[in-house]
Design a protein around this ligand. Structure first.
Ligand code: C2E
Ligand code: CA
Ligand code: CA
Ligand code: CA
Length: 275
């Protein structure tokens, strides 16, 4: 099961004997994380079935001055709770596009960058932020993918829908992250302007079990019927990769292809492939 929140995870850390104080401290710290330049991005490649690079997904980390490098599970849930996630996601968007344009300038071919948006991230201001971030780097929408969750789709129907349409107008790809984890929006999926279903890691992990295989086959079949692209996450084993490709999954992401990498190691990885 997922840890309930970054706050809790840290609260139970032995160095804090005062949970309320610890949460407060973390909140103060997180407020300053952006200004203090403590957020970092790692990028995980996504590959097409034939091995070509599809995109890289930006995954945030926090280089905390005392606690070290924290993964998103340690602070994203907390940031969501405290209303700090918008600022973080915006930083991620701008930074990811900045690096993308730098890789362009270096002649390193990264087709697009994917960024994550939390829960209620499909609000009107997303469109303005995306426009500004793309303009800042002189990039167009075809270079960006936004990963949203099923909950974001089911949240505020009207506003989310108009945002999705605005993204489509800009040719920005929209992927439904962790697909299959929730069931809520299954019924309305065919009415939404989305582009890609990203099959949740939990199904990929259980590949080999008849039920998981059936689930993966069903999601891929539905995606095909709806004209949506498909991408599987958390692909670690050759056997998982093989079955996913046999079932027609278009693209793969996971430790089996590549772990998330910081900018420099990613550049090395890209150069190694080109050679
Ligand atoms: P996610 O979007 O489902 O991201 C995939 C997570 O799976 C990443 O964990 C990645 O490192 C991990 N992963 C990739 N391949 C494998 C694999 O083969 N096996 C296993 N076991 N894990 C794999 P990470 O970086 O710790 O991110 C965790 C979650 O934090 C993300 O899940 C995403 O929901 C959230 N997150 C990350 N960056 C951001 C961000 O900038 N904004 C928001 N709102 N959420 C973010
Ligand atoms: Ca994601
Ligand atoms: Ca995911
Ligand atoms: Ca996830």
């Amino acid at each position: 099961a997922k840890a309930r929140g970054g706050a809790q995870a840290l609260l139970y850390a032995p160095q804090f004997d005062d949970p309320a104080g610890a949460a407060l401290m973390l909140e103060q710290d997180l407020h300053h994380a952006i200004d203090n330049d403590e957020l970092r991005l790692h990028f995980q490649p996504q590959l097409w079935a034939d091995g070509r690079l599809r995109a890289v997904e930006a995954l945030v980390r926090w280089q905390h001055p005392r606690l070290g490098l924290l993964g998103p599970d340690r602070f994203i849930p907390f940031a969501e709770e405290r209303g700090l996630i918008g600022a973080i996601d915006d930083w991620v968007l701008r930074r990811a596009l900045q690096l993308l344009s730098r890789w362009d300038a270096l002649g390193l071919p990264v087709p697009r960058v994917a960024v994550n948006r939390s829960g209620c991230g499909l609000r009107r201001d997303l469109v303005e932020r995306v426009d500004a971030a793309l303009a800042e780097q002189g990039l167009d929408g075809t270079r960006l993918e936004i990963e949203i969750t099923e909950t974001a789709l089911s949240a505020d129907g009207a506003e989310a829908l108009s945002v999705l349409h605005a993204l489509r107008e800009r040719q920005i790809s929209v992927a439904v992250d962790d697909f299959g984890e929730g069931y809520s929006s299954l019924g309305q999926l065919h009415r939404l302007p989305i582009d890609v279903l990203k099959i949740d890691r939990s199904f990929v992990r259980d590949i080999g079990e008849p039920r998981a295989n059936a689930m993966v086959a069903a999601v891929l079949g539905m995606a095909r019927a709806l004209g949506l692209g498909t991408l599987a996450e958390g692909v670690e084993q050759p056997a998982q990769q093989q079955l996913l490709l046999e079932l027609g999954c278009e693209a793969l992401q996971g430790f089996g292809c590549c772990r998330p990498l910081a900018d420099e190691p990613l550049q090395t990885w890209l150069r190694g492939r080109a050679a």
